[in-house]
Design a protein around this ligand. Structure first.
Ligand code: NDP
Length: 335
């Protein structure tokens, strides 16, 4: 069987590719350029012909995925900008997120009805109610939707709000498409919060890490003098996210279901504590803050649905951060 994985060059996609290839699937990855395809071939060289590519230069163009979807059996759509600093919210975030999603669904509906499942990498960004803050009395579950409105999404100067809106509207668009077009396929949407873990993709510049890896790297590269505020205080390991994509594709019960993939809540103080404890050589680079400070009163996360349906046993913050930092130090040495 062949699985189409969009955005194959990304941090998350590298792990998604890995689990599908390891499970014996053929994978066709979409990338924006030949150069990008070469980088993915390099990071996944052990799979040879099992991995092929389709170049989709612009996911917002009409019929963008018409060629790429031909003869595949399943689709995982990860391609979407995860950036917080943009010039134009619509062009740089909202359009690629939403049109990328509807375009792939349209191509499948019109060109390949063999596909019965599309797994969409959505986000906790599509669940969180930002203005409500830490919400100590709330438990986030799959029932939560980010209430952001289109006008605010287009005009806000807060990049995080615009990014969260792009994920919200993209996920909503997927369910709306299914409702309206009644295609032959089911969608499964996955909502991970901050995703940490080792980089498996080709990284060529330590200053150009993906957003969530950079979020940890800044804590060990000496650039933060004090422990920053934790803006999105929930995390998950990238390896658990990848496995969830495979299980979401394979599981009968996961059709038209949404899954919240949060391991737990966390703070950057905890991350700094873990790093200082496990990497004593980094102590002069990592802000100390108030070691072992209790977690502030904040929302809870309920991952029981993913645990039950997808059989995911979420890695702990300590395991994730230790492996992330080991990998970042290796990259620092190599680059
Ligand atoms: P990366 O930046 O590493 O990867 C993003 C991928 O999407 C790349 O393949 C990139 O291609 C592609 N992409 C970005 N913008 C466009 C565009 N305008 N047109 C076509 N392709 C585009 O980020 P992640 O791996 O972290 O993100 C992957 C997915 O996971 C995204 O959907 C993101 O929203 C989601 N996610 C990530 C979280 C995290 O903490 N990392 C948390 C929750 C969800 P190219 O290499 O060509 O730029």
């Amino acid at each position: 069987k062949t699985i189409l994985i969009t955005g194959a060059s990304g941090f998350v996609a590298a792990h998604v590719l890995h689990v599908f290839l390891e499970a014996g699937y053929k994978v066709r990855g979409t990338v924006r350029s030949e150069e990008s395809a070469e980088a993915v071939k390099k990071s996944h060289s052990q799979y040879g012909e099992q991995l092929s590519f389709a170049i989709v230069p612009d996911i917002t163009a009409q019929g963008a995925f018409d060629e790429a979807v031909k003869n595949v059996d399943g689709v995982v759509h990860t391609a979407s900008p995860f950036v917080m600093e943009v010039k134009d919210n619509n062009q740089d975030l909202l359009a690629p997120a939403v049109k990328g999603t509807t375009n792939i669904l349209k191509s499948l509906h019109e060109k390949n009805t063999r596909v019965k499942r599309l797994v969409l990498t959505s986000s906790f960004a599509a669940m969180i109610d930002i203005p409500k803050g830490l919400r100590p009395d709330h438990t986030y579950t799959e029932d939560d939707w980010n209430p952001v409105e289109k006008d605010e999404a287009r005009s806000t100067e807060n990049g995080a709000v615009a990014y969260c809106a792009s994920k919200t509207f993209a996920e909503r668009a997927a369910y709306e498409f299914v409702e309206a077009a009644q295609p032959k396929l089911c969608v499964t949407t996955l909502c991970p919060p901050m995703i940490y873990g080792p980089n498996l993709h080709t990284v060529t510049d330590i200053k150009k890490l993906n957003t969530s890896s950079a979020d940890i790297y800044r804590l060990i590269n000496g650039s933060e003098k004090s422990v920053p505020d934790t803006s999105f205080p929930a995390f998950v390991d990238v390896r658990d996210v990848a496995l969830a994509h495979l299980r979401a594709y394979e599981s009968e019960v996961a059709g038209n279901q949404r899954y919240f993939l949060a391991s737990s809540t966390f703070t950057y103080q905890q991350v700094c504590d873990i790093i200082r404890e496990n990497f004593p050589e980094l102590r002069n680079r990592v802000p100390e803050g108030t070691p072992n400070a209790p977690l502030p009163d904040m929302f809870k996360v309920d991952h029981s649905k993913a645990e039950r349906d997808l059989d995911i046993h979420f890695r702990s913050l300590k395991d994730t951060i230790v492996d992330t930092v080991k990998n970042l130090l290796e990259l620092e040495k190599q680059l």
